[in-house]
Design a protein around this ligand. Structure first.
Ligand SMILES: [Fe+2]
Ligand SMILES: [Fe+2]
Length: 266
């Protein structure tokens, strides 16, 4: 019965039948690397907002992989019906958060050049590392993550696994930053590299999860009234730090790009 697998925890399902992990990966559903894994299979599939045809085929394949001997009717797939790729329409406040990710990703893209520079210098350019740390703490964390944690995540069940994974990522990121600072202070280049790269890997996946899965999932649950309220709350949070802050951090990134990305392309 399909319902009995839908209400099982995904990690346990994948442990019992690793093929399910491969099938989910094929559909862009990355449960294998997720550290939590106690989401139910039905939630995991539901959150990805697949079209009904794709979802039926996915569930059929999962059930078949788990119970090869079960007599499961194959879903009728109308091959003449083209499934249009889903376009993501973010609400205005969420769209702003997606745009903030763009500046954070520009910082992440600079990390290899910055760590190479540190490794090839005589000492450690502490000012440079602390500048990057200031961007991460002031922009990515305080300005951006705080709007997620204090405003956006309040619109869904914060105790749900999906939000808990996001909180855990934010905390892991803060830990990488603390370690990078320690490396800058003690002149430990390997520590700086390890933790700036750790941060890069973590945030790359984190932002992808938010842009493609979490944000659209939250948006789908908001009423029109909540969409307006969310926008007002985020705008008030932005106003409380002032317009100058995001501009200053954007300028910081532009200057780093001038210095490091130009040097790379020379
Ligand atoms: Fe986040
Ligand atoms: Fe984010």
């Amino acid at each position: 019965m399909l319902s009995d697998i839908q209400s099982r925890e995904i990690k346990e399902v994948i442990e019992t039948c690793p093929e399910v992990g491969n099938i989910l990966e094929e559909y862009g559903i990355g449960c294998v690397p997720c550290s939590v894994g106690s989401c139910y299979l039905s939630d995991v599939v539901g959150i990805h907002n697949l079209d009904p045809q794709t979802e039926a085929t996915l569930m059929y394949r999962i059930e078949k992989a788990m119970y090869p001997d079960r007599d499961i009717p194959e879903p009728k797939v109308d091959l003449t019906k083209k499934v249009a790729p889903k376009e993501i329409n973010y609400s205005p406040a969420v769209r702003n958060l997606v745009e903030e990710h763009v500046l954070i990703k520009r910082m992440l893209a600079l990390i290899p050049a910055i760590t190479d520079y540190v490794d090839s210098s005589d000492g450690v350019d502490k000012e440079l590392i602390m500048g990057c740390v200031d961007f991460i703490r002031g922009y990515a964390d305080k300005f951006h993550h705080m709007k997620e944690e204090d405003i956006l995540f309040k619109y869904v069940d914060e105790l749900g696994e999906i939000i808990q994974v996001m909180y855990k990522d934010h905390d892991t990121g803060r830990n990488h930053v603390r370690q990078a600072v320690e490396g800058a202070e003690s002149g430990n280049k390997a520590q700086i590299r390890e933790h700036l790269f750790g941060y890069k890997e973590l945030l790359t996946q984190h932002i992808k999860k938010e842009d493609e899965i979490l944000y659209p999932w939250i948006d789908r649950q908001l009423t029109d009234k909540q969409v307006g309220e969310l926008f007002q709350k985020c705008s008030a949070a932005d106003a409380s730090v002032g317009e100058e802050l995001p501009r200053r951090y954007e300028k910081f990134i532009i200057d780093l790009e001038e210095k490091f990305l130009k040097e790379v392309s020379k």
